[in-house]
Design a protein around this ligand. Structure first.
Ligand code: CAP
Ligand code: MG
Length: 405
């Protein structure tokens, strides 16, 4: 049986390093780690007569750290096809989650070697590119999601978007499950909503962003992106997990010169269980290497689970140096209302997009007032003034605080 463990090994710059949470199932930790290393690379459950010594030497990963349930494994980069994210994840995030020798297994982080990082396009614009496009300097971006998620016709959708932009928001996006419905065709919605964007831009003198959801079969996504671009749209939104990594790679590799907003619908099937699955930080690293410009990472204060520690860790993975590829902008969304803004900014800082769906359209005086209340809460948080104090002279904010606290 091949031996995959060497606790004296130090990863080289030609190895991909995975950090796992490993909980053995009626075997020793060492045995479980050997099995994880084997099954995620060149081995299987038993010795095989066909194992080739050359393959073993060149491609065998090394379990080099076991501290409690935290295990680190270094994989030779030649085990992977550069530029092929599905293959890389089929290896290190594939069969292993189902092995009987582990009761729980979670991939908590991946550190890609330079050769692999550079084999992907990475973010086209990234955090700084978004600031350059929008000319928003010293504050978080604020946005909304048109609600109801699905159900409006294109004219109604565009009207809600116009009210939100006119009320002071920078960004309006489609919801994750809005694509092209019988009652809201993609082409008509985009045309009307971009007209509404232009009207709001002219009236406010501020740059306004629309993020249409192009989520669909991959070739249709490319067609929809081209259509958005032909009408002067700068952004596209992709539900990266339901589209899959190959779909995201195709959209990024098409060099559309458009900002990619990555929605993570479905992530909690992998990320929610702290002992089993894949961390959001890992998903963020993968999305960044492929090349999204902004990514939902949670709010810590809103309706979705995810602790401040998790969200901060995901943000770190999006921003820390990875061989010079651009940092990705964090998106905080999910159950937010203006009352959350100060805590959100305290946790995640100002380099975020804060998105309020119900927290905008649920305002007692409607979308435009909700948008104004959100912008007021961002101003207060950026100036370090308490919302209570700021609301004394801001009617829309006062009403939002009265409704939601
Ligand atoms: C938020 C939202 C977002 C989720 C995504 C929704 O609406 O549009 O898709 O927040 O969650 O559909 O719930 P609300 P996450 O502001 O009305 O909650 O960013 O955690 O992936
Ligand atoms: Mg949504």
């Amino acid at each position: 049986m091949l031996n995959y463990t060497n606790l004296k090994h130090r990863p080289t710059d030609k190895e991909l390093v995975c950090e796992f949470y490993v909980e053995p199932n009626r075997v020793t930790m060492e045995k479980a780690c050997e099995q994880v290393a084997a099954e995620s690379s060149i081995g299987t459950w038993t010795t095989i007569s066909t194992m080739n010594p050359r393959a073993a030497e060149k491609l065998r990963p090394t379990v080099f750290s076991i501290k409690g349930n935290t295990v680190k494994i270094a994989y030779p980069q030649d085990l992977f096809e550069a530029g092929n994210m599905p293959e890389i994840l089929s290896s290190i995030a594939g069969n292993i989650f189902g092995m009987k020798t582990v009761k729980n297994l979670r991939l908590n982080d991946i550190i890609f070697p330079k050769q692999i990082v550079k084999s992907f396009k990475g973010p086209r614009f990234g955090k700084e590119g978004v600031r350059k496009l929008t000319k928003v300097k010293e504050r978080p971006f604020c946005g909304t999601i048109v609600k109801p998620k699905v159900g409006l016709n294109p004219a109604e959708h565009a009207k809600v978007a116009y009210e939100a932009w006119a009320g002071g928001l920078d960004v309006v996006k489609d919801d994750e499950n809005l694509s092209s419905m019988t009652f809201n065709k993609f082409e008509t919605r985009i045309a009307k909503t971009l007209d509404a964007r232009d009207k709001a831009q002219t009236e406010t003198g501020e740059k306004k962003i629309y993020m249409p959801n192009i989520t669909a079969e991959t070739m249709k996504m490319l067609d929809r992106a081209d259509y958005v671009k032909s009408l002067g749209g700068e952004y596209i939104m992709v539900d990266i997990l339901t589209c899959g990594w190959a779909g995201l790679q195709t959209v990024r590799d098409a060099n559309l010169n458009m900002f990619i907003h990555a929605h993570r619908a479905g992530h909690a099937a992998f990320t929610r269980n702290p002992k089993h699955g894949i961390s959001m930080k890992t998903i963020g690293r993968v999305a960044r290497v492929i090349g999204v410009d902004q990514l939902h990472i949670g709010t810590a204060v809103g309706k979705m689970e995810g602790s401040a520690e998790d969200v901060i860790s995901s943000q770190k993975g999006l921003e820390e140096d990875m061989f010079g590829i651009k940092p990705v902008l964090s998106v905080a969304s999910g159950g937010l209302h203006p009352g959350h803004t100060p805590d959100l900014v305290k946790i995640l800082g100002k380099d975020i997009v804060a998105q309020y769906g119900g927290g905008c359209h649920g305002h007692p005086e409607g979308t435009r007032a909700g948008a104004t209340a959100i912008r007021q809460s961002i101003e207060a948080a950026t100036k370090g003034i308490s919302l209570k104090e700021y609301a004394k002279s801001k009617r829309e904010l006062a009403l939002a605080l009265k409704k939601w606290g």
